[in-house]
Each structure stands twice: as C-alpha cells, then as structure tokens.
Design a protein around this ligand. Structure first.
Ligand code: HEC
Length: 123
C-alpha cells in the first residue's frame, strides 16, 4: 500500500518537475526573443537653437525643470563620488539583480557623451 502511494507520489512529483522545466525552457526562449527584438524608429528632426536665449532656456531646463545635476553632478560631468554615493541616489543601481546604472558624464570633456552624441541621439 505504502509502496504504491510512494510510486504515485514519485510519478506526480516527476511529472510536475517535468512540466516546470518545460515551462522554464519555453519562457527562456520567448523572453530571449522579446529582449533581443529590434525596432525601427523614425526619429523626428529637430532644430537645436545655439543662440544665447536658447542656451539660457536649456540651462533653466537642466537646473530647474529636469534637475539633471542631482544625479549628473553640478557641472554634469558625472556624480561626485564623495557627495553622491551610488546607493543614496534615487534611480541608481549597483547590485547583482538590476546591474549597475551610473549617471553619465554629459559634458564634451574626456569620458563625456557630449562630444559623441548627435542631436538625433538625444531625441
Ligand atoms: C534620478 C537620477 C537622474 C536624473 C535626475 C537624470 N539622470 Fe540622466 N542618467 C541617469 C543614469 C543612472 C544614467 C545612466 C543610465 C544607463 O547607463 O543605462 C543616465 C544617463 C543619461 C544620458 C545618457 C543616455 C545614454 O543613452 O547613454 C543622458 C543623455 C542623460 N542621462 C541626460 C539627462 C538629462 C538631460 C537630465 C535632466 C533633464 C537627466 N539626465 C537627469 C540618472 C539621472
């Protein structure tokens, strides 16, 4: 009686494990396809003003509206490691699960993206 019970228990447990493993494999492939999917995006062309008024408006947007300096540092050259520890800043991550996300250096200086990004990249 006990042997029959254990036998069926084993069959059911094995079956469930098999279904679980199959599900895992299917989800892995479905997930991989979605993550690696590439989209064609049409980028609208913009005219970026470079006159004094445009620069002042950009400075206002950066400092007062976007508060970009909170994460990207006062001069936008990246966070100051002494004043802005990764874990104390909102939106940053440096752990195994979510990976590392550090604010970029936005200037056109060494290591900055300012000299590399085109207007379309920002759009
Ligand atoms: C809450 C913190 C935070 C604020 C506020 C913030 N950023 Fe960022 N930014 C980040 C982080 C973190 C990254 C790096 C993301 C990554 O590497 O995936 C980043 C990356 C960027 C990048 C590079 C994107 C790329 O594709 O490499 C640009 C450009 C940028 N930020 C511009 C801005 C501007 C402009 C503002 C203000 C309007 C701003 N950020 C405000 C945290 C912030």
């Amino acid at each position: 009686m006990l042997r029959r019970f254990l036998k069926w228990l084993g069959i059911i447990a094995g079956g469930l494990l098999g279904v679980f493993l199959l599900l895992l494999v299917v989800l892995f492939f479905v997930g991989s396809r979605k993550v690696n999917h590439t989209y064609d995006v049409e980028i609208a062309s913009v005219v970026v003003p470079t006159d004094a008024a445009g620069i002042a408006r950009g400075k206002h947007y950066i400092e007062a509206v976007g508060v970009c300096q909170v994460c990207h540092g006062q001069n936008l050259a990246g966070p100051n490691a002494d004043r802005c520890q990764v874990t104390s800043c909102i939106g940053f991550s440096d752990d195994l699960l979510f990976g590392k996300a550090m604010p970029r250096n936005l200037t056109s200086g060494r290591g900055g993206i300012g000299g590399v990004f085109t207007d379309e990249d920002y759009v």
